[in-house]
Design a protein around this ligand. Structure first.
Ligand code: CA
Length: 342
């Protein structure tokens, strides 16, 4: 355990066998209480011997499927069925989760761009620092459950960064196959260094993310895949008995491994407008095909403006918020995974 001081307090003993349910208490001075705290639910199950799995939801507050799946697991898992230690934080960014926003209403920060954090920083930085220094080091494996939030809809998938360590990469892809979303996306990422998953990976610890919903609502299928996936992970790690259920809705036997490597896979809005997407997530699309049209309803007779796909593949992320700003990502295309050649 690190000796770095944190202002966050937790009364759970992570080494104690049994089921513990409590709170991370993160100080938040406010007009009504200078000594106030934000209480963030955390559960720890420890039984027998086995690895430690960390499951987090609600790193982005407007992504509900992971919050539901992790919370339900915490309330339904029988301690005696478990071998190992399970750490569950259903809504890590609780202020954002209660506000139904991606960004924290306390400091205006995306906590998933604050890692590895700063003990003396803003609320999100302080919380990220605690997670990075006091929770992540306990884990042998981690799954951080996300969706596309309000910004897009997604093809239900797990995801992982392309990690250089070939053995870790293979273990991570095997874990993704066990989680058994329809797709697993290996990606090289945009602005990824400050995320929770990057922090886990830097410790050479197995780490998966998910994208199992979006458009700011609760996806029925996303919740189903999330709940199945976290139990599949426990089975894959030998923490629950049984084998993962990997059959997909279309009766394919497992997960299709994909990648987003080409920067051209991302399409951006060149200007503020209404974005009208032409496809839904999961559809095959072609490079040069119309991704959508930008509409300028504030102007008389202003022609629509086309946005094209920069790569061929399957639409992973499809824009959803209606109004977009210049620089917003409006489409991400994934392609079948291939090991990069030197
Ligand atoms: Ca997210």
């Amino acid at each position: 355990m690190t000796s770095v001081a944190s202002r966050v307090r937790c009364d759970i003993d992570f080494d104690r066998p049994g089921r513990q349910a409590g709170y991370l208490r993160a100080p938040h001075s406010r007009n009504t209480s200078g000594w106030g705290v934000v209480e963030i639910p955390i559960y720890v199950f420890k039984n027998g011997t086995g690895p430690t799995l960390l499951l987090t939801g609600g790193v982005h507050g407007d992504e509900y499927e992971g919050q539901i799946a992790v919370s339900r697991l915490a309330q339904t898992l029988k301690l005696e069925d478990l071998s190992g230690r399970l750490i569950l934080i259903p809504a890590l960014n609780l202020p954002a989760a209660l506000n139904a926003t991606r960004i924290s209403p306390i400091d205006g920060r995306d906590i998933n761009r604050c890692f590895p954090g700063n003990a003396a920083g803003s609320f999100s930085e302080m919380l990220a620092h605690y997670i990075a220094n006091f929770i992540v080091p306990l884990a042998d494996a981690a799954v951080d459950l996300h969706t596309a939030g309000h910004s897009a809809d997604c093809t239900p998938s797990t995801n992982m960064h392309y990690v250089d360590d070939a053995a870790l990469r293979a273990r991570t892809m095997a874990a993704a196959s066990a989680f058994a979303a329809p797709y697993n996306v290996v990606f090289w990422g945009v602005d990824e260094g400050a995320t929770l998953t990057s922090t886990v990976e830097r410790r050479n610890t197995l780490c998966l993310g998910t994208e199992i919903g979006g458009w700011g609502r609760v996806s029925v299928e996303g919740v189903r895949l999330g709940e199945r996936g976290v139990r599949n992970m426990l089975k894959h790690l030998g923490m629950l008995t049984g084998v993962p259920e990997t059959v997909q809705r279309d009766s394919t036997p497992g997960t299709r491994h994909m990648m987003v490597r080409d920067p051209a896979a991302y399409s951006f809005a060149p200007v503020n407008a209404i974005f009208e997407p032409r496809h839904v997530a999961g559809e095959p699309v072609q490079k040069g095909q119309t991704a959508g049209f930008l509409h300028f309803i504030e102007d008389v007779d202003h022609p629509q403006q086309e946005v094209q796909y920069g790569a061929s593949g399957i639409l992973w992320m499809a824009a959803g918020p209606g109004r977009v700003q210049r620089g917003d990502c409006v489409a991400v295309v994934m392609q079948d995974y291939a090991e990069p050649t030197a």
